[in-house]
Design a protein around this ligand. Structure first.
Ligand SMILES: NC(=O)c1ccc[n+]([C@@H]2O[C@H](COP(=O)([O-])OP(=O)(O)OC[C@H]3O[C@@H](n4cnc5c(N)ncnc54)[C@H](OP(=O)(O)O)[C@@H]3O)[C@@H](O)[C@H]2O)c1
Length: 265
C-alpha cells in the first residue's frame, strides 16, 4: 500500500516531496516524465488521461500530490491536472493539487485564499483553469498555491542569481517584482500535512516575508547584483503578488520560514 504518490516526482518540488515523505516513514511512490530519477519512479505523461487512470489504479495510493506542470504547455498544466483529479476520484485517493501565485495579476498586491484568480499570463491562466477543473472534479481536493520555490541551490532562481555573479548569464533582477519565497522542504512538509488531512479548499503555502527578485538574488548570493524594473522591461507577468497565508496558517501545523531566515548566512 502506498501512502502518497507524487506526480511530477522528478521536479524540484517533487524530489523534496519524495525525500520528506520517505523521511517521515511514509510509503511513497513517484512519477516522472522526461527525467528518470535515480531512485525508482514510474514514467507518466499526465496529458494522457487513460494512462493516468491506469497508473493510479495500479498504485492505489491513499493520497496524491500533483507537482507536475509545464509552464509553456496548457495540455500538461491545465488538462493534465484535470486528468490527475479524475484518476484520484476514481481510486478514492485524497488529492493535493499544487498551484501558483501566477493565478493573480498583481494589480492588488496582496491576495488571500478567498480571492478569485485573475491571471495576467497564459501560464497563470493554465494554473487558474487547473484550479477550476480540480475543484469541479474533486470537491474534496486541496488546492495549494505557492510562490517562488527556493532550496538546496537547485531552483531556477538560485541558479540564475549565481550565474549572474559568475558572469555566465547576463541580465538584471527586478526591484519591482515582489513575491513571498518559500523553502522547498517547508513547502513539501505543508503539502504532505495537507495530504494526510481530509480538509478541502484553497490554501496559501508561502513564506511570511515579501521580497523583490533583486533582494532575493542578493540574499542567495551575498553579492551586489544588477537591478532593473519589470515595468520598463516590457515582459509579461505580475509585479507585486503577496500571498496572504493567514487562513492557512490557522489550519496547518507546518510553519514555512521567511526567506531571510532560511537564506541567512
Ligand atoms: N518553481 C517555482 O518557483 C514555483 C512557483 C510557484 C508555483 N510553482 C508550482 O509548483 C509546482 C512544482 O514546480 P517545480 O518548480 O517543482 O517544477 P519542475 O521542477 O519544473 O518540475 C516539474 C515536474 O513536472 C513533470 N512534468 C512535466 N511535464 C509533464 C507531463 N506532461 N506529464 C507528467 N509530468 C510532467 C516533470 O517531469 P520531468 O522533469 O521528468 O520531465 C517534473 O517532474 C508546479 O505546480 C508549479 O506551478 C512553482
Amino acid at each position: 500500500m502506498v501512502d502518497v504518490l507524487v506526480v511530477g516526482g522528478s521536479g524540484l518540488l517533487g524530489r523534496a516531496l519524495v525525500r520528506r515523505a520517505a523521511r517521515s516513514g511514509a510509503r511513497v511512490a513517484a512519477t516522472y516524465h522526461r527525467h528518470a530519477p535515480s531512485r525508482d519512479g514510474r514514467p507518466l505523461d499526465i496529458r494522457r488521461r487513460d494512462d493516468v487512470v491506469a497508473t493510479l489504479r495500479r498504485i492505489r495510493p491513499a493520497a496524491v500530490v500533483n507537482a507536475a506542470f509545464d509552464q509553456g504547455d496548457w495540455a500538461t498544466t491545465a488538462d493534465g491536472a484535470a486528468h490527475v483529479a479524475i484518476a484520484a476520484v476514481d481510486v478514492g485517493a485524497r488529492l493535493v493539487h499544487v498551484s501558483s501565485d501566477a493565478v493573480f495579476s498583481g494589480r492588488s498586491g496582496r491576495y488571500t485564499e478567498r480571492d478569485r484568480p485573475c491571471p495576467g499570463t497564459p501560464y497563470g491562466a493554465a494554473k487558474a483553469a487547473a484550479e477550476t477543473a480540480v475543484a469541479a472534479i474533486d470537491p474534496d481536493a486541496a488546492v495549494a498555491r505557492t510562490s517562488l520555490i527556493i532550496g538546496g541551490g537547485e531552483s531556477a532562481h538560485e541558479t540564475f542569481a549565481h550565474a549572474l555573479v559568475a558572469g555566465t548569464a547576463s541580465g538584471v533582477l527586478f526591484t519591482d517584482d515582489v513575491r513571498c519565497p518559500v523553502h522547498v522542504d517547508d513547502l513539501a512538509d505543508a503539502l504532505l500535512e495537507l495530504a494526510g488531512s481530509a480538509h478541502p479548499g484553497t490554501y496559501h503555502v508561502a513564506g511570511p516575508e515579501a521580497v523583490s527578485r533583486h533582494e532575493l538574488g542578493t540574499l542567495i548570493t551575498g553579492r551586489a547584483l544588477p537591478a532593473g524594473l519589470r515595468v520598463d522591461s516590457g515582459l509579461p507577468g505580475a509585479r507585486d503578488v503577496r500571498l496572504d497565508c493567514a487562513w492557512t496558517r490557522a489550519r496547518l501545523g507546518t510553519r514555512p520560514r521567511g526567506v531571510r531566515e532560511f537564506l541567512s548566512r
